[in-house]
Design a protein around this ligand. Structure first.
Ligand SMILES: Cc1cc2nc3c(=O)[nH]c(=O)nc-3n(C[C@H](O)[C@H](O)[C@H](O)COP(=O)(O)OP(=O)(O)OC[C@H]3O[C@@H](n4cnc5c(N)ncnc54)[C@H](O)[C@@H]3O)c2cc1C
Ligand SMILES: NC(=O)c1ccc[n+]([C@@H]2O[C@H](COP(=O)([O-])OP(=O)(O)OC[C@H]3O[C@@H](n4cnc5c(N)ncnc54)[C@H](O)[C@@H]3O)[C@@H](O)[C@H]2O)c1
Length: 443
């Protein structure tokens, strides 16, 4: 029988890996993780966690605005202090995650991993063999290929800004553009968002997206729709973002035009792992086109949102597979998503667009957030939600724009995932008063 260095060797150490690798090590499997950068990958170091720390004072500032008069005094964001706080909270995460990996004897091998054959990964010129290999290399920022593109920055640069520039121009209108426009504006920058089309956040209910755009516009953010950026040049007074009918003077440019899979120079062609522009092709067992090589997390070409909860679910699924605890295909739960603007925009399950296209299958109920007495406690001034029910009046989808949209959608998740009927809904007793109680009361 062939013996390998590892039962399972992961390339990449993000959520697509570590949530599953740690318990897999605890189950007695010999596990290795190859990482070329910070342990923990994008989410802890240059994604979700870093972003939510920097956003926290923005959410607080909005809350203070709402209760202004009851609570007095101005709240200003000190960006350098905010950044220092972010470092305090975030910088220890790689060591913390490495500690968790160490605790179950998972080897962390620092260096770039490349596949030499179906059972061998080269790391720093050394061959490491494994029975199963998992490719979990994630995504990286797309970079525009226009003259002066190197004058623009990416999301990691923004999350590490020690001072907020006076004028910030953002190219793109997706998650990163909208969240970072919110933070830069709140920290005092003049912000311009250059949209390629007419819609921002295209996967979300557009009337709710427009509420966010209207709010940001009232705070001074300029949204320029249907623009085409052709070049970024150094001008006399900072940078100029140029295009047809476009010349935006600015101090700092964020290229937020999407993220692309890390599939190059991995040896995928050598071993026969298929991929395309959206990522690595997998079957219902997360197997690639080479049976003992799997993929996990953002690098997979999939219809599910490329988010941390999806990556965690996949890494746990693979852990159960490798531990011999399941031979079933992966069955994804409903996966919620949220844009951390202020107000937040969150959704789960059947979308409003799907419900509108299938009126014989779904009914929709819209609630205006400020009408709910509990939301009047914090004097929430804007927000709506839409709940989507099937023919049996079971909740199948929900979307909300409000300061507490993330908590509301989290609270509603069990009703959708476990297809609760009226009896189950009544048996879920929430703390009162609370946001979960308020959300559940709508069912
Ligand atoms: C700015 C930003 C904000 C985000 N905010 C949220 C949020 O609020 N909520 C949410 O759910 N999701 C958010 N995301 C998405 C989330 O970060 C990803 O879905 C998640 O990190 C995916 O995990 P992963 O393990 O698949 O990939 P990653 O975390 O990207 O990990 C991949 C790892 O592989 C390593 N690697 C790549 N190639 C090699 C190689 N050849 N050899 C060795 N190592 C290699 C990389 O260095 C990296 O550490 C955000 C992303 C960004 C960029
Ligand atoms: N809250 C969250 O969960 C969160 C937050 C940030 C990032 N993320 C993750 O990171 C991913 C990437 O975020 P993102 O905002 O970079 O991507 P995105 O796909 O959400 O948005 C990309 C934007 O860039 C525009 N665009 C693309 N090419 C362009 C071009 N050539 N010129 C001008 N505009 C162009 C698109 O129209 C779109 O508006 C997300 O899909 C998500 O998986 C999640």
């Amino acid at each position: 029988m062939t013996t390998y260095d590892y039962d399972v060797l992961y390339i990449g150490s993000g959520h697509g890996t570590f949530d599953g690798a740690i318990p897999l090590g605890a189950k007695g499997k010999k596990v290795g993780v190859v990482e070329q950068d910070l342990v923990g990958g994008t989410c802890p170091n240059r994604g979700c966690n870093a972003k939510i720390v920097l956003d926290s004072p923005v959410a607080f500032q909005r809350h203070m605005e709402d209760v202004h008069g009851v609570v007095t005094g101005d709240v200003k964001i000190d960006w350098p202090a905010n950044q220092a706080h972010k470092h305090d909270v975030i910088d220890g995460l790689p060591a913390f995650i490495q500690g968790l990996l160490d605790s179950t004897d998972v080897d962390v091998l620092f260096g770039r991993g490349t596949l030499a054959d179906a059972h061998t990964v080269m790391v720093n010129g050394e061959a490491k063999t494994a029975d199963k290999i998992v490719i979990a290399t994630g995504l990286r920022p797309n970079r525009l290929t226009i003259p002066g593109a190197d004058l623009a920055h990416d999301s990691s640069d923004f999350l590490n800004l020690s001072d907020m520039p006076n004028r910030v121009t953002i190219i793109g209108a997706g998650y990163i553009a909208m969240e970072f426009a919110t933070m830069a504006n709140a920290a005092g920058a003049e912000v311009t968002v250059l949209m390629r089309g007419t819609q921002a956040l295209r996967a979300y209910h557009q009337p709710f997206v427009e509420q966010i755009i209207a709010d940001l516009t009232s705070r001074g953010v300029v949204f320029d729709r249907e623009t085409q950026v052709d070049a970024i040049v150094q001008g006399a007074d900072g940078l100029v973002v140029r295009g047809a009918d476009l010349a935006v003077e600015t101090d700092w440019v964020l290229d937020a035009t999407g993220r692309i899979p890390n599939v190059e120079e991995l040896g995928l062609e050598t071993v026969g792992v298929s991929y395309n522009a959206k990522g690595i092709v997998v079957d219902d067992y997360l197997r690639t086109t080479v049976p003992n090589i799997y993929a996990s997390g953002d690098v997979i070409d999939k219809v599910q949102p490329k988010l941390t909860p999806t990556a965690i679910f996949e890494s746990l699924y693979l852990m159960h597979t490798f531990a011999g605890e399941t031979t079933d295909p992966i069955v994804y739960p409903v996966i919620p998503s949220v844009v951390f603007t202020s107000p937040r925009l969150a959704q789960v399950g059947v979308t409003v667009a799907e419900a509108e296209a299938n009126p014989e299958l779904y009914t929709m109920v819209q609630n205006h957030i400020p009408d709910d007495w509990y939301r009047q406690v914090d004097q929430e001034k804007i927000g709506d939600n839409i709940l989507i029910f099937d023919q049996a009046h079971k909740l199948v989808g929900a979307t909300e724009v409000s300061h507490k949209a993330d908590d509301v959608i989290n609270a509603l998740l069990p009703a959708i995932e476990f297809k609760f009927g009226q009896a189950e809904i009544e048996r879920m007793v929430h703390l009162f008063p609370s946001i979960a109680s308020s959300a559940w009361g709508q069912l």
